[in-house]
Each structure stands twice: as C-alpha cells, then as structure tokens.
Design a protein around this ligand. Structure first.
Ligand SMILES: [Zn+2]
Length: 307
C-alpha cells in the first residue's frame, strides 16, 4: 500500500488491553505506536497464578498496573491510563478457598481500594467488574450481582466510568444494567460494556456505552453509530495463551483501513467525523480526557508501519 495522501489527524485509542510487566508487552506497545497508536487504556489483571487472596495482594496488583502504564508512557510515548478493580471471575476461586462470605467481603474491600486509586488520580475507571461470562453456582452469581451494585455506587461516588465484564448482552441484558445504574444514581452512559462482540442498535443498548472488539465487520457496523462507543482489542500478552485475543496492532490497522477508504465510505471529512467518536468524543464524554495527536500521522511511511 502506498503512503496515504491525507495525513491522519486524530489520536488512535485502544480502550482495553492487558500487559504483563515484562518485555513482550512493551514490544507490543512499540508496534502500536509505530502504526499510529497514541493512547491506551490498561486494565489490571492478576499477574500471578490464581486470584489474589487478600486486599494487600489486590493493592499490589493495582500498583503493578500503574507501574506498567508509567513504563509504557516513558518508553514508547503512548499515553496509558490504568483501569483497576477486582476481576469478577476471581470470586469463584476465592469462594472455594475462603468461603463465599469472606470472598464477597474481599471483593468489596478490593473495590474500595480500587476507588482510592481513582480518587488519587492513579487510575481513570473501575474495571473490569461484573459477572463471569459462563454459568456459575447460584450463590456465586448472587454475590457477583451484589458486588457489581457496590461497584456502580462507588463509580457514582468517585465520578468515574465503570468498565463491565459480562456475558454477551442482548436488549434485555442492557436494560437490566440500565436499571441498576439508575437505581444507584449513575448515568447509564458511564457503564462501558467491554468486549462488545455483537452490534446492537442504540435503542437496544439503553444508554450503555459499548466498547467494540475491533474486528472488521463490527467496526463497519459501529461506524454509522452516533456513539459514544470505543474500540478495543482486549489484548493479553499472556505467553500461555498466545493469540487468544486481537493483537495490539489491530486498532491502528482498522483506523488506517477506514481512513484509506477500504472499509469506510464518503469523504475524508465524513471518515474523520466517524473516527472522532471512539478516539476523541467518547474519551472526552466518559472520562473527561482531551485526546489529540501532536501532528498528523502518515500511515505506511518508514516508522509508520507496514501493511
Ligand atoms: Zn480484559
């Protein structure tokens, strides 16, 4: 592909990725930057085998996420924003080890710890919170719902978005989350459905913000959506599960395809308007963050990435 004639004027944002402290993750962010990527939301994860067993272990985990974000920022100049919370799936193993009551209590305390990170400006959202994406025992499911409700209340109190890990949602699923948000006094828009892999019309989303997996067909559907919406890879540099998710290069590649007219339509002004939704408007509306690119980027130039 020849270098595109019109330099790309917008930032390029991946709204959800995970990285380990080691070198492979940093290498992935270097490629992300070389292809035009500018901003990354970095979700926490357990960096050790098994779920954390204490609030101290969660704090340590969140500190690690913040440290990785700082490292990425200083090494490859990708502005990186930590998102922290106890992972809902952790509750299952914790319930087996500690009993359900203590496990739920641990999740709640870890959530409050995560909210402190947001209050201190060290993280920008609570996430991932929600439910296991597979069937779990009834007691665990109910505990997850109670923890989720507390997370919604905390997001309201500290004034941040809540990044949701759930099963794939239909209209009913979105409606249930909207009801929960309203009961707790949080705008439904501040709930972000991470890993959205089925496109639903805004009418069926009841105000919840989708973060679409950056697969080509889904991105094409999203393009005509008024938003707010995000794009993400859910990239995971887990050596145990290589290729389990999209590569960190995906969002910049999609941006390029759309900009160069392969998948997009209309004028470059139209395309700029569409791509400003996930890369500029949604970050501003949900996070209050003003993302921009210091100077327009030429796709396909040396250092500007290959095909
Ligand atoms: Zn994730």
């Amino acid at each position: 592909m020849a270098p595109s004639s019109h330099p790309f004027p917008l930032p390029i944002v991946d709204h959800h990725a995970h990285l380990h402290p080691g070198a492979p993750g940093l290498e992935a962010t270097r490629r992300f930057a070389a292809l035009g990527g500018t901003h990354l939301f970095l979700a926490t994860q357990s960096y050790r085998p098994g779920a954390p067993g204490s609030v101290e272990e969660y704090r340590e985990q969140f500190e690690t996420t913040v440290a990785i974000a700082a490292k990425v920022q200083e090494s490859v100049s990708v502005l990186t924003y930590p998102v922290v919370a106890p992972y809902p799936v952790d509750l299952i193993g914790q319930a087996e080890r500690l009993g359900l009551t203590s496990a739920e209590d641990l999740q709640r305390r870890a959530l409050r710890e995560a909210a402190r990170f947001v209050e201190e400006g060290r993280a920008v959202a609570l996430g991932e919170v929600g439910r296991a994406h597979f069937p779990v025992p009834e007691g665990v499911r109910e505990a997850q719902e109670r923890v989720l409700r507390e997370a919604v209340a905390l997001a309201r109190d500290v004034g941040c978005p809540l990044v949701l890990h759930t099963e794939d949602l239909d209209g009913e699923g979105y409606r249930g989350l909207e009801a929960l948000a309203r009961q707790e006094g949080l705008s439904p828009e501040r709930l972000v459905k991470h890993y959205t892999r089925t496109y639903r019309d805004p009418k069926e989303r009841f105000g919840i913000t989708p973060s679409f997996l950056a697969k080509r067909p889904l991105v094409r559907q999203a393009l005509t959506d008024p938003g707010p919406w995000f794009l993400e890879t859910d990239y995971l540099d887990d050596p145990q599960r290589p290729g389990a998710v999209l590569s960190l290069e995906t969002v910049p590649r999609r941006a390029r395809e759309l900009w160069e007219g392969e998948a997009g339509a209309g004028s470059s002004a139209d395309r700029e308007r569409q791509l400003a939704i996930p890369f500029v408007e949604a970050p501003r509306r949900l996070y209050g963050l003003s993302f921009s690119r210091p100077e327009p980027f030429r796709f396909g130039e040396p250092g500007g990435g290959g095909p």
